[in-house]
Structure formats: structure tokens, C-alpha cells
Design a binder for this molecule. Structure first.
Ligand code: ATP
Ligand code: MG
Length: 437
């Protein structure tokens, strides 16, 4: 991509409404723009990151045998009357009336919708288990939308739903999601701590929130220090293997939210106790037959009897993660993207557009990087070097390659690692080789 042709409206000044780093940086880096409170447009750079995150989430859901689908954003109120949540959900639900005076709503979640689809289609235990997910916009009329995309009103969520014949089956599915979450967040460069959770308005028994540590997080986490640099390689995470050991091994280690802090346990942990703030990036629930009983999701069991199916739901805040990753990875100059979610792998700076040697070398390098499979954004704009360096640091691509007249005389370009600040002078050929590797 050539920056001269790209839509990247960066800001020099810090927008006054932004209180936390990720919000400031997303506005300054031209990733998002606010439409109204808690509702954002995703500009090309922000959209690319969100798509990368979405794809990691998708791959890990597919890997545990969940099947992707897509349900609507707008749902009929009738479905929510069936579950009893139309009244209990409260003012966070955005209620809409259509032209025929029918009550509709913008879905804050999809348990009712998926249960309806399931109960109409599945009648026998032979068709169980079923495990489905979608990645779709949600609306919750949060009383105080804040921190940019972290607590929006409209936000993108991955929500998965499972249907099993019995508790054992439901627990196996729950454990698969648990492990998929650990892998998903790890791939984004995050350590997410699984905490025992209250189940909230969705209701239920077995529930974990996954929390990423950040000073600006809204939740308090208390945990064993081993969670902080959790080594997933220690565990066998094969989704078809024995995950009970993994999940109980991790959860027997203490991790609690503000509401669930336990003074005794904490005293026993002594110096191993860490108390920190964090951002909830995912939440998994087992809730038994709460919806299946209310809405009649019943199958014929192996002995011909009626069985009310066992359900769970599993959410990931895809748009919140964009902010969450920035909270976990930035410095005074801007964002530092982990490779796996970076909008481009490398930024190529042409220090002197209009100079034929610089243009020739930059264009050549640009093409060679593309040919080598490196996603590259070339700053080919006229203008001061200082502005280009600052913008490139701000948008946080993992690698920067600088092409300038001085270096070219000696046949070299400069390669900078955004995370470490380390610089190396190499030939253009080696720059391509190193970045492709
Ligand atoms: P919170 O406690 O932060 O309000 P929640 O418990 O209501 O979240 P869930 O119903 O568990 O949220 O939704 C699943 C995931 O969706 C959350 O883990 C979070 O990552 C994301 N999410 C929830 N609310 C918002 C929001 N207002 N803006 C952005 N992401 C959100
Ligand atoms: Mg939650």
C-alpha cells in the first residue's frame, strides 16, 4: 500500500475526550472515528487490525469443531418474551418498533435466536452435540460508554453456543472453549487470566472471565503469580485430549474477581499473590437448561425419553481486543503491534520522494517485499522526515525500513524493530530476506 493513496488521517494533537492510551492512540493513528457516544466508524487501518483479530478467533473456534454462521443484528421481541429476558434485560437493550408496530430489538447477545434455530431443526440425541458461532455486531445501551472501543455501545463480538445431551458433554465442550481462549489470546501476544466469574444476566453455574492485565482495566484480578507468565507449552492442549486436567490444573490455582476475592486463600498464597487491574476480553458460561427449558429445546434421548438439552455460550470482545492489545503494547511514541495482528508487517519510508535514486530504490524494495509476501505500507508522501518517523512510530508496524540518499550511496538501508528500537544497516536484498523470514 502506498501511503500517498491510503486513507490514514493521523492526528498530531491528543484528542481531549480520550482518557486512556488505547483510545488516544486509536484516534491519533487514524484507526477509528466516533459517530456518536460509544459508536464508531472503523477506518482502513483499524479495520485491518480488527479483521486480523477476527481471523485468529475464527481459526481457534474452527479448530475445536465450532461451525461459523451468521445471525441477524435485529431480533423480534417475541423470542425474548419466551425466555423472559425482554423485561429483565433492562435499559441496556435497544428496543425498536418497525412500521407495522412490531416490537424488535438490536441484539445485545443471541442465546434466544440460536435456541430457536436449534429447537426447530434438532429433534434427536443422534444430532448432538452441536457447536455454532458467529462474529456479529451487538448493541448494549451502556449507561457510560467510555474508553473508546473498550466500552462501546455498538461492538463486535464472537459468540459461540453449544448444545449437548448431558452435563458431561457440556463440560467437555466448555473445556474446549476454555483452552481455545487461552490459545486465541496467546496468539495475539496477550496473557489472559481465566477467573471464576459471576454469571450475570445470562445466568448459570460454571463461568470464567478471561482478563488481560492493564493498569487502566475496569476489573480487579487477584491471582497466583504463575498466571502472569503462563507457559501454555507445559500443557497438552489437544482439543480431543483430556482437557479436564488442564482446566482444573489452571483453575485450582487461585484467580478471582473483585467480588470473589477470598482472604484465606490469599493469605496462604503469600508472596505468590498478585493483585492487579485487567480488561475482560472473553467470557464463557455453562448455563444448563436455562434457555432450552424456557424455549423448548428438547430432543428424544437414547431410550426414547425427552431430554432438555444442556447449553453454554462463549463470548469474545473482538472490537474491545483492538483497544486491549494497545493497552498492553504501546510506548510514548505510539502503538507497538504484535506481529500477528499488525495492520501491515512493515513500513517503508522514502526519506526523499522526488529524488530519483530514492524513488527507484524505494519502489524496487516495495515491489520485492510484496513479492516476498510481506504486507508493506510505503510512506511515499512529500514532507519532513520527522513527520514520517513520528507517524510510523505512532501506527506501530513491527518493522520500519528507511530509504535515504545517504545510505543509498553506500548501498544500504536502515531496518528498525519497533518493539525494541534496535536499528540495523543492511543491503536492500538483506532487508527483504530478513523481513520475509
Ligand atoms: P462487561 O463486564 O465488560 O460489561 P459483560 O460481562 O457484560 O462485559 P459479556 O456478556 O460476557 O460481557 O460479553 C462477552 C464479551 O464481549 C466480553 O467479555 C467483552 O470482551 C465484550 N463486551 C461486552 N460489553 C462490551 C462493550 N460494551 N464494548 C465492547 N466490548 C464489550
Ligand atoms: Mg462478562
Amino acid at each position: 500500500m502506498r501511503l500517498s493513496q491510503y486513507f490514514l488521517p493521523t492526528l498530531k494533537e491528543t484528542p481531549s475526550e480520550a482518557r486512556i492510551a488505547s483510545h488516544r492512540l486509536m484516534l491519533r493513528a487514524g484507526m477509528i472515528r466516533q459517530s456518536s457516544a460509544g459508536i464508531y466508524s472503523w477506518l482502513p487501518l483499524g479495520f485491518r487490525v480488527m479483521k486480523k483479530i477476527e481471523q485468529i478467533v475464527r481459526e481457534e473456534q474452527d479448530a475445536i469443531g465450532a461451525h461459523e454462521m451468521l445471525m441477524p443484528t435485529i431480533q423480534p421481541a417475541d423470542l425474548w418474551h419466551e425466555s423472559g429476558r425482554y423485561d429483565s434485560y433492562g435499559p441496556e437493550m435497544l428496543r425498536i418498533t418497525d412500521r407495522h408496530d412490531r416490537d424488535m430489538l438490536y441484539g445485545p447477545t443471541n442465546e434466544e435466536q440460536i435456541t430457536e434455530i436449534f429447537r426447530d431443526a434438532v429433534k434427536s440425541y443422534r444430532d448432538l452435540p452441536r457447536h455454532l458461532y458467529h462474529i456479529q455486531w451487538k448493541f448494549r445501551d451502556e449507561v457510560r460508554p467510555r474508553f473508546g472501543v473498550m466500552r462501546g455501545r455498538e461492538f463486535l463480538m464472537k459468540d459461540a453456543y453449544s448444545f449437548d445431551l448431558d452435563f458431561e458433554g457440556a463440560k467437555t465442550t466448555y473445556n474446549k472453549q476454555f483452552v481455545a481462549y487461552l490459545k486465541t489470546f496467546k496468539r495475539m501476544g496477550l496473557t489472559a487470566i481465566p477467573m471464576q466469574a459471576e454469571s450475570g444476566p445470562i445466568g448459570g453455574d460454571m463461568s470464567h472471565e478471561f482478563v488481560v492485565l492493564a493498569a487502566t482495566g475496569e476489573s480487579e484480578v487477584a491471582c497466583h503469580k504463575d498466571f502472569i507468565d503462563m507457559d501454555l507449552n507445559k500443557w497438552d492442549l489437544d482439543p480431543d485430549g483430556d482437557l479436564t486436567t488442564v482446566v482444573s490444573g489452571l483453575t485450582e490455582n487461585y484467580a478471582a474477581t473483585d467480588e470473589r476475592r477470598d482472604p484465606e486463600i490469599e493469605k496462604a498464597l503469600g508472596d505468590d499473590l498478585v493483585v492487579a487491574r485487567g480488561i475482560e476480553v472473553g467470557h464463557i458460561f455453562y448455563f444448563g437448561n436455562k434457555y432450552s427449558a424456557a424455549m423448548g429445546a428438547i430432543v428424544t434421548g437414547p431410550d426414547g425419553e425427552d431430554v432438555t438439552v444442556e447449553m453454554g455460550s462463549y463470548g469474545i470482545g473482538v472490537s474491545r481486543l483492538v483497544g486491549g492489545i494497545i493497552e498492553a503494547s504501546h510506548d510514548d511514541n505510539g502503538i507497538i503491534w504484535p506481529q500477528s495482528v499488525a495492520p501491515f508487517q512493515a513500513g517503508l519510508i522514502n526519506l526523499k520522494p522526488g529524488d530519483s535514486a530514492c524513488d527507484g530504490a524505494a519502489d524496487d524494495l516495495y515491489q520485492k517485499l510484496i513479492d516476498a509476501g510481506v504486507d508493506v505500507l510505503m510512506d511515499d508522501r512529500e514532507g519532513r522526515a520527522g513527520v514520517k518517523f513520528a507517524d510510523m512510530d505512532l501506527i506501530g508496524l513491527p518493522w520500519q525500513v528507511v530509504v535515504g540518499p545517504k545510505g543509498l550511496k553506500d548501498g544500504i538501508v536502515e531496518v528498525k524493530n519497533r518493539a525494541t528500537g534496535e536499528r540495523q544497516e543492511v543491503t536492500p536484498e538483506d532487508a527483504v530476506k530478513n523481513l520475509a523470514a
